[in-house]
Design a protein around this ligand. Structure first.
Ligand code: PCA
Length: 214
């Protein structure tokens, strides 16, 4: 089995993106699965094509993308991607879509095809706070998740795809308000590895209460 794991480059004035920094720390084999790593630009118009090219080249069984969600305190495993790009800030190419449809004619939303609840429970069992998230936002991360799921649904049935958001790492909080949550890169890497283990050995997700009120 092969799992492609992507992380984004820095955006929004940050010097680094903990997503790819954590991906970098992962071993080359997790639970018997070969791990391929890819850094993607935080650019709406480029990240999806680069992911598709890597999938064509590497033929992974699953693709797990990782992004920074500054302000969140835990590792969140995204359940939903929506067919909408609405940028709070421009991306790294200066593109700031407002109310843009990502894929004309595509469904309004896709659900992750990786076992999100099993992933969350496995991450917690590894000692890292985690939750299921029901919104990946409307920026480049949601865009990539939507595109990966649309590509799998229309071109590569059998390819499973999902997305994980990680908090800021400690060095990013030195110039931010005192209550800004952070997580070490080591914890993030532990969490991502645990999530990959769940992807490798779980086909049907757990039926467990991981919903949220808001
Ligand atoms: N986080 C952004 C885009 C790149 C990243 O790491 C997001 O959540 O959309």
């Amino acid at each position: 089995m092969r799992v492609l794991i992507t992380g984004f480059d820095p955006f929004g004035g940050e010097a680094a993106n903990p997503a790819f920094e954590a991906v970098r720390l992962l071993p080359d084999v997790i639970a018997g699965a070969d791990i391929a790593k890819l850094e993607l630009p935080t650019v709406f118009a480029a990240c999806d094509a680069m992911l598709e090219e890597a999938v064509e080249r590497l033929a992974p069984d699953a693709v797990l993308s990782v992004g920074q969600a500054g302000g969140r305190f835990d590792v969140s495993v995204e359940r939903v991607a929506i067919n909408l790009a609405d940028g709070r800030i421009p991306d790294n190419a200066g593109d700031q879509p407002i109310d843009r449809t990502i894929r004309e004619g595509g469904p309004d939303a896709y659900f992750a095809t990786v076992p999100v609840k099993a992933m969350v429970r496995r991450i917690r069992a590894a000692g890292v706070p985690a939750s299921v998230s029901y919104s990946a936002g409307s920026y480049v991360c949601n865009h990539l998740m939507y595109c990966a799921l649309h590509y799998a649904a229309t071109r590569r049935p059998g390819l499973r795809a999902g997305f994980i958001h990680v908090p800021f790492m400690p060095s990013q909080a030195v110039d931010k308000p005192a209550a800004t949550p952070t997580m070490s890169l080591e914890c993030m890497a532990t969490a991502i590895a645990a999530a990959v283990e769940a992807v490798v050995d779980t086909v049907d997700d757990l039926r467990a209460p991981e919903g949220r009120d808001h």
